[in-house]
Unconditional design. Structure first.
Length: 116
């Protein structure tokens, strides 16, 4: 799945940096603003990873457990449900200064092409 955050400059402006693979990395609380911006542009945040920076690179500390099904919901409702869960996961899993978040996101057209 492409990372649709790449096409949205306001979200990229909130990133603290990038991973070795080029993914935008967000720190707290900027990650919450990034999720809100995704919502405003109808991008669904399908998952969140909490990462910790180490001397060897970084390691995964947590992965969001939520899964929202489209099930005939209008896309804007699907986005609201996913992004609400993403924000809640971040609030409940705040990392320290050595932590950052990765967001897996999708626009409607890309998501539909993968599941449809």
């Amino acid at each position: 799945m492409m990372n649709n955050l790449e096409t949205l400059e306001p979200v990229l402006g909130l990133a603290h940096g990038r991973t070795i693979g080029g993914e935008p990395a967000f720190t707290f609380p900027d990650v919450l603003e990034a999720i809100l911006t995704c919502s405003q542009h109808e991008i669904a945040v399908l998952g969140v990873e909490l990462m910790r920076a180490t001397s060897q690179g970084y390691s995964t500390e947590g992965i969001s457990p939520y899964e929202v099904q489209l099930n005939g919901h209008p896309w804007h409702e699907f986005v609201a449900l996913n992004n609400g869960q993403a924000a809640e996961y971040v609030k409940q899993n705040r990392g320290g200064d050595d932590h950052f978040y990765l967001l897996t996101a999708s626009q409607q057209q890309e998501f539909s092409s993968l599941v449809g």
